[in-house]
Design a protein around this ligand. Structure first.
Ligand SMILES: Nc1ncnc2c1ncn2[C@@H]1O[C@H](COP(=O)(O)OP(=O)(O)O)[C@@H](O)[C@H]1O
Ligand SMILES: [Mg+2]
Length: 345
């Protein structure tokens, strides 16, 4: 196994939220990330999945320091063997290491400045982080543009002249130009057509091979992540509720929430399609989370214990972690199109 590149330890994020109804009420604190911990290995892709609002973007932003975490640590293992808390970097260490982690956002229409040429968009982080001559900048931008499949003769144009897929290539080129070791891709392909999605995913994979990049790949859509991930973390209401290798997660999910998410993944077999689990009720509100296990109001397997006690994330076997009181006992449906032995299949 390769060595760790990042250790996220006990990350928490609270937002101060003012009630819209009570104009003069004090803001209340809403916990959006609740004690998130995981380790990333160099060169792997860890996907973070879960319904909209579960805290994926907040987690990504806290890691890259696009927003400050309320508490917790993000230990970064630098190439020379040095380890630093990325969230506390300042001064020279900040200059040295901040560029090593970059983020790509969902919307290729709003994440690129419309007033900057593509050349300026891509070169901006390069100029901010390195002392380079104009020629060196031009060389590096051309080279990264070619590697990301952009036409070098279009670099003087502005983002509006490009399609969604091309814009996402520009965003990837900008993220890559400082040669980061880790990229957080937040729904990087979700806004794109399916055929373009596949092209961008293949590009990300090729770049990963070439530059040994580690990815945190955020997506609300489990069907996309199967193809790109080594491991998957399932988030529910600010917590990781399941974490496993992609094979283990898809073959044998251990959390009822994952079972439901997997059942929504499109299947070529129509028999499996019929088995889609419809989660009843609304996504719970982080300002007023349910008691016990936060998933219990929507869980078909809940018992009294689930209403009262919050299950901790624990290892069920061979690097497969789940936060469910009954993770060992439940036989959950997998996403695999495997021959069934039960009656009727
Ligand atoms: N700046 C903010 N102020 C208050 N609440 C926020 C803010 N940003 C996000 N939230 C809340 O945090 C929760 C998680 O949001 P987010 O991280 O965007 O989820 P996801 O990316 O999984 O859809 C949501 O309930 C959202 O309303
Ligand atoms: Mg998001």
């Amino acid at each position: 196994m390769s060595r760790p590149i990042l250790e996220v330890k006990g990350l928490k994020k609270n937002f101060q939220v003012k009630s819209r109804k009570a104009l003069f009420a004090k803001p209340t604190s809403v916990q959006v990330l609740n004690d998130i911990s995981f380790e990333l290995r160099e060169g792997e892709t860890l996907s973070i999945v879960g319904e909209s609002g579960c805290g994926k973007t907040t987690l990504g932003r806290c890691i890259v320091r696009g927003m400050s975490a309320s508490s917790g640590e993000v230990i970064y293992h630098a190439p020379g063997g040095e380890t630093v808390d990325y969230l506390k970097l300042n001064g020279a260490a900040s200059k040295k290491f901040r560029k090593d982690i970059q983020m790509i956002f969902q919307d290729p229409y709003s994440s690129l400045s419309p007033r900057m040429s593509v050349f300026n968009i891509i070169s901006e982080p390069l100029i901010a982080n390195f002392k380079l001559s104009r020629r060196e900048v031009e060389e590096k931008v051309s080279s990264i543009a070619m590697q990301t499949g952009l036409n070098v003769s279009y670099l003087r144009r502005y983002p509006h002249a490009f399609s969604g897929g091309q814009r996402q290539r520009i965003a990837i080129a900008r993220a890559l130009v400082t040669q980061p070791r880790l990229i957080v891709c937040d729904e990087a392909v979700s806004a794109l057509d399916v055929s373009i999605q596949a092209q961008i995913i293949n590009l990300l994979k090729d770049l990963q091979q070439e530059f040994k990049i580690t990815y945190i790949f955020i997506s609300h859509d489990l069907s996309i992540v199967e193809n790109i991930s080594d491991r998957v973390a399932v988030m529910h209401l600010g917590r990781v509720v399941e974490l496993a290798s992609v094979e283990s997660m898809f073959r044998q999910p251990r959390h009822p929430y994952t079972e439901a998410l997997l059942s929504a993944v499109p299947q070529p077999d129509p028999e499996l399609k019929k088995n889609r689990i419809i989660l009843e009720g609304e996504v719970p509100n982080p300002a007023n989370p349910p008691s016990g296990c936060h998933f219990h109001p929507r869980c078909a397997y809940r018992t009294e214990k689930c209403v009262k006690e919050s299950p901790a994330l624990r290892e069920i076997g061979n690097q497969h972690y789940a936060a469910c009181h009954y993770a060992e006992e439940l036989t959950l449906r997998s996403a695999r199109n495997e021959p069934r032995t039960e009656e009727g299949h």
